[in-house]
Design a protein around this ligand. Structure first.
Ligand SMILES: Cc1cc2nc3c(=O)[nH]c(=O)nc-3n(C[C@H](O)[C@H](O)[C@H](O)COP(=O)(O)OP(=O)(O)OC[C@H]3O[C@@H](n4cnc5c(N)ncnc54)[C@H](O)[C@@H]3O)c2cc1C
Ligand SMILES: *[C@@H]1O[C@H](CO)[C@@H](O)[C@H](O)[C@H]1NC(C)=O
Length: 511
């Protein structure tokens, strides 16, 4: 009895000693149930809107992010976006909008006939999440998106941008970047190109486990050197489209040979889709490419592959297109048919492949499109001149157009709207504004098929483990034709979904 009491007292003392020891020795006290693993870093490829949206969600969940960007500056093509971002229903719209899904399906066209269920799910996610995407940008990131426009193919005005202030691409990218830079968990490395996705050697699932990348660095003599590195972690590919990959051996020419050597509104750069194809991603809609009929040919650098878009508003406000001094098309026809009307002729230049077309505005259309036109004039892409300066035949052409505008003659090209064209009696010395334009590759609908959870899908429709994608590098969201304003939207919607999915994946593996 006494003995057993003594034993239990000794036992208690012993236990107390252990507890006291553990309590006072921090290294032992913190000993976890399993060996400590450093917090996994999420790897994002590309610093356009899709990459920054994904990064924002990961950082919000306290996951470290390494964002690798090939360019010297962040922002990609996203930073150039000028029309705006779609969303419905939002408080800025004045009409009830229940047609976004239907408009998107209509624009996707016959592409809806294949992978129908997957495409419907993507479009449903894109449109249903659009209101939340706008709210997130406005309320959490402080972007002004209070102005609404109606773009082609939309039945309701739903494309948002700021009232005054910087263009929407710039405004959104700078807001996300500055908020990300507040976090010590966010790391952006520019001049670093991802060259390969690493795959699991162990698991038969062939999941993605990291990236191989090369960062350019300059030595004391200023020569560029590449340092090849490996980094392990789950990967989000947000590397953009392939409109700028137009060399004869490039991706664009592989799927659309007739578009080889076309100039583009996108930075000239090799396409990133091989990264995804190499790990078994299913590529869809690669042949669907948006060609814009009017990119400016800069008279100072006519051979530049990169062109600035001559916005539709120039034609929309009354402007006309001339070739050899003649009109040749209803300038307000679809982008596709205006482009076709130009490219049916043989090109004036083969590399880059260019046609010689003039866009001409009278004083009235110029005033209506002033904010755009003045920017183009300041860049030397348009100039103020007179009809006589445009060469023989142009006065005739413009006089006939003026008769059509006055309603005295039907237009042979069936144009019905002339907006703000005001020149009633054109003379040789009448003032006009002119620029040279040519068709440009603007957007690529195709890319890696993703699920509505932004997982990259393999050939059998299975999700590739450890890999997500968002933005223009993906396919399936737009089908045959993207609606204006929906690409910025897909970056935000699927970028955020990818970020959340990746955060959950990291969380599930560290518990
Ligand atoms: C002039 C212009 C105006 C536009 N206006 C609008 C508009 O008003 N509304 C709209 O919705 N859409 C618009 N678009 C389309 C839209 O901007 C793009 O589709 C969208 O921004 C694509 O975003 P992203 O994040 O997918 O790719 P991007 O913004 O292009 O970013 C991709 C980034 O990935 C980097 N990258 C690529 N490969 C690698 C690699 N291997 N390693 C490291 N980094 C890599 C690139 O350098 C780039 O910075 C416009 C496009 C242009 C060109
Ligand atoms: C957006 O900018 C306009 C013009 O400056 C301003 O009137 C409006 O209140 C702004 N909206 C928001 C939500 O800040």
């Amino acid at each position: 009895m006494i003995r057993s009491n003594l034993l239990s007292v000794l036992g208690l003392i012993f236990l107390g000693l252990i507890v006291a020891y553990l309590y006072h020795n921090p290294s032992v006290q913190k000993l976890p149930m399993r060996p400590p693993t450093p917090q996994t870093t999420a790897i994002i490829i590309g610093s356009g809107l899709a990459g920054l949206s994904a990064a924002s969600e990961l950082i919000a969940k306290n996951i470290p992010v390494l964002l690798l960007e090939r360019g010297t500056k962040p922002g990609g093509n996203s930073i150039k976006a000028s029309s705006g971002i779609n969303g419905a229903p939002t408080k800025y719209q004045s009409t009830v909008d229940e047609m976004f899904y239907a408009d998107t399906v209509a624009s996707a066209g016959r592409a809806m006939e294949s992978s129908t269920a997957q495409r419907s799910a993507l479009i449903a996610t894109l449109t249903q999440e659009s209101k939340r995407a706008i709210d997130w940008l406005v309320e959490e990131k402080g972007v002004n998106l209070s102005k609404i426009a109606l773009l082609g193919g939309h039945n309701v005005a739903r494309t948002h941008r700021g009232a005054g202030g910087p263009p929407p691409g710039w405004a959104i990218i700078s807001a996300l970047l500055s908020s990300l830079k507040e976090s010590p968990l966010f790391q952006l490395q520019t001049s670093c190109t991802v060259t390969r996705l690493l795959r699991s050697q162990v698991h038969s699932s062939q999941g993605v486990t990291g990236v191989e990348y090369i960062c350019a660095s300059k030595d004391v003599e200023g020569d560029e050197h590449g340092e090849r590195k490996l980094l392990h972690g789950p990967v989000i590919v947000a590397a953009g489209g392939f409109a700028g990959d137009a060399l004869p051996a490039g991706i664009l020419a592989r799927y659309r040979p007739e578009l080889a050597c076309y100039p583009s509104t996108n930075e000239p750069r090799p396409s990133p889709v091989h990264l995804l194809a190499d790990v078994g991603a299913q590529l869809v809609d690669m042949q669907h490419v948006q060609v814009h009929p009017t990119g400016f040919v800069d008279p100072d650098v006519p051979s530049s592959r990169l062109k600035i878009l001559a916005a539709e508003v120039l034609r929309g406000e009354g402007g006309i297109l001339l070739r050899d001094g003649q009109r040749f098309v209803n300038e307000l026809d679809t982008r596709e048919s205006v482009s076709r009307a130009i490219t049916q002729w043989s090109a004036e230049r083969e590399d880059p492949r260019q046609w010689d077309v003039k866009v001409v505005l009278d004083e009235g259309s110029y005033v209506a499109a002033k904010s755009h036109a003045d920017f183009y004039i300041s860049k030397g892409l348009m100039k103020k001149t007179t009809i006589a300066e445009l060469g023989p035949g142009v006065l005739d052409t413009i006089q006939r157009y003026a008769r059509v505008v006055r309603g005295e003659e039907d237009d042979v090209f069936r144009r019905k709207q002339f907006a703000n064209w005001g020149l009633q009696e054109p003379e040789g010395d009448s003032v006009v504004y002119v620029g040279s334009v040519t068709p440009v590759v603007h957007f690529t609908m195709g890319g890696a098929l993703i699920s509505e959870r932004a997982e990259v899908l393999g050939k059998e429709g299975e999700a590739v483990e450890g890999l997500w994608a968002a933005g223009e590098v993906t396919g399936g969201v737009h089908g045959e034709n993207r609606l204006g304003g929906s690409s910025l939207l897909e970056c935000v919607v699927f970028g955020r979904i990818a970020g959340k999915g990746c955060a959950e994946y990291i969380g599930s593996r560290s518990t």
